[in-house]
Design a protein around this ligand. Structure first.
Ligand code: BG6
Length: 488
């Protein structure tokens, strides 16, 4: 069905920041290109610095030309897009500056206020939007990180909640906008084949890997305060875990889905200090070879502090205490400067209850469902078959039943996560956004890990850039008689 787009005012706070230039403006351009912005939709680029409006406009245009693939850059669309844009310089903490903003917001139309700023300013922006009489028509979009622990996230969420109802608040976790992540819902709940097997009777364990090849170039200041646990596990990996582990929602409304996700977060077993070093590995990259070139270690990056003990890698085993998942470990692993950019979920099914083949082939037997989020989005189910040929007896081998999205659905371009998320906010759908209680339960679980590390003085394990992480992360899973899945 055609998507009904209504006119809106889109106000982007922090319009000259990295996220806005690299992701948000290109995503808005793609929506325009796909005819998903109404002719009367206006974009307000709000920034504290960046010179006069025409200089700001030039920077935005430059970013669009840089980040949009050349074959998708259409000059007519670009001109139409830039014509919607109005750049305003303002200090987000000064109430008086919001009068000019209010003059540029179309009365009676929805206002989307996107906060691509540090979370410390969210409260002030909300207060002044309300002061300018804009709160009733606004939807506010909050970027992560919302705080750095439960207590600080509560302060920020309270500040926003003073002026906006939860139904007006859209907390971004861009992983929820990835096409393959949304496909988890379709895969699980539109195929009875999987859902009947989706429990501790049939699944032995689950792996979630989000490996990146990039280092912390240029983002050291932010990242060193956060670390990989807060930057990736607290949000993206726990959200993936929730989508895999949740019970079927009774419908697709935002609250039905979010209620089920919250139940999973509440059921996560605590990892107490006595088992922490067995269950969680913190790593930091040292110098190594990435993409065929020597690269510096985390402590040698520009603007780094050579004594930092911030982690750039985390591997952990999480257990979910409920009927469905009792005894099924979820192994999570994520890091910077790893061997390959790879995000995938692997569901390992249990062995058949009785075994009739040659004993030496036993170790081969295992069905796995591999859900590849990036690159090469797709799904593959490893099934056992017989080797072909007269000279082969009942020799088994494992082969894939494969669905590669770009090959199978040739015509469809896979949209970037932010395109999907911006469109959903424009349509007022909260399904793909994180509710306050989800953020808080996720923080609570991560806080106990941080507290545990402080208590036991857990040491960092180094790993060379371009590797699959510290050796201890391999021990974490082999201790349970398993190994990380993959061709590495
Ligand atoms: C962001 C993190 O949320 O996600 C970054 O702050 C990380 O550190 C990024 O690089 C990864 O996103 P993607 O879509 O490239 O997997």
């Amino acid at each position: 069905p055609a998507i009904n787009v209504e006119p809106i005012t889109f106000a982007l706070f922090g319009a000259l920041g990295d996220l806005a230039l690299r992701k948000l403006f290109p995503a808005l351009y793609q929506l325009d290109r796909a005819a998903l912005l109404h002719a009367d939709t206006r974009l307000l680029a709000l920034s504290r610095e960046g010179g006069e409006p025409d200089e700001q406009m030039a920077r935005i245009e430059q970013a669009l030309r840089r980040y949009i693939p050349p074959h998708e850059l259409d000059d007519a669309v670009l001109q139409r897009f830039l014509a919607r844009l109005c750049c305003l310089r303002m200090d987000f903490r000064r109430g008086e500056d919001y009068a000019v903003l209010a003059q540029n917001v179309s009365a009676g139309l929805p206002l989307i206020a996107y906060f691509a700023t540090p979370a410390a300013v969210y409260g002030a922006i909300c207060e002044h939007l309300a002061g300018a009489g804009l709160a009733a028509q606004a939807r506010v979009v909050l970027e992560k990180p919302i705080g750095h622990d439960l207590a600080s996230s509560r302060v920020i969420n309270d500040a926003v909640a003073q002026y906006f109802a939860e139904s007006q608040i859209y907390r971004i976790d861009h992983y929820l906008g990835k096409e393959t992540v949304q496909n988890l819902i379709a895969l699980r709940f539109a195929n009875s084949l999987f859902e009947t097997q989706w429990n501790q009777h049939h699944i032995s364990h689950v792996e979630i890997t989000v490996a990146e090849t990039v280092g912390i170039e240029g983002r050291w200041g932010y990242f060193d305060q956060a670390g990989q646990l807060r930057d990736m596990i607290q949000n993206h990996l726990l959200q993936l875990l929730c989508l895999i582990a949740m019970d079927p929602p009774s419908n697709l409304t935002a609250d039905s889905i979010r209620d089920e996700k919250v139940k999973v977060l509440k059921a996560l077993a605590p990892i107490t200090p006595d088992i922490l070093s067995q269950r969680v590995v913190r790593g930091q990259y040292s110098a190594g070879i990435a993409g065929g070139k020597p690269v510096p270690g985390y402590l040698e990056e520009e603007n780094s502090n050579a004594t930092s003990s911030t982690e750039t890698f985390v591997a952990l085993r999480a257990d979910i205490c409920n009927w469905r998942w009792s005894g099924v470990p979820f192994y999570l692993r994520t890091g910077k400067r790893m061997a390959q950019k790879l995000s995938q979920i692997v569901i390992h099914f249990k062995e058949p209850p009785f075994y009739i083949f040659a004993p030496e082939q036993r170790s081969l037997i295992s069905n796995r469902l591999i859900i590849r989020l990036q690159p090469d989005e797709g799904i593959s189910l490893q099934v056992m078959t017989k080797e072909q040929g007269l000279d082969k007896g009942m020799h088994l081998r494992s082969g894939p039943l494969q669905l590669n999205f770009s090959e199978t659905y040739k015509s469809a371009r896979i949209p970037d996560a932010y395109e999907r998320l911006l469109l959903e906010v424009m349509q007022g759908n909260q399904n793909l956004f994180v509710r306050r209680d989800e953020v808080e339960y996720a923080w609570q679980w991560c806080d106990q890990l941080v507290d545990g590390w402080t208590r036991i003085g857990d040491s960092l394990k180094l790993y060379p850039a371009g590797s699959w992480g510290p050796v201890a992360s391999i021990a974490l899973i082999t201790r349970d008689g398993r190994s990380w899945y993959g061709d590495f």
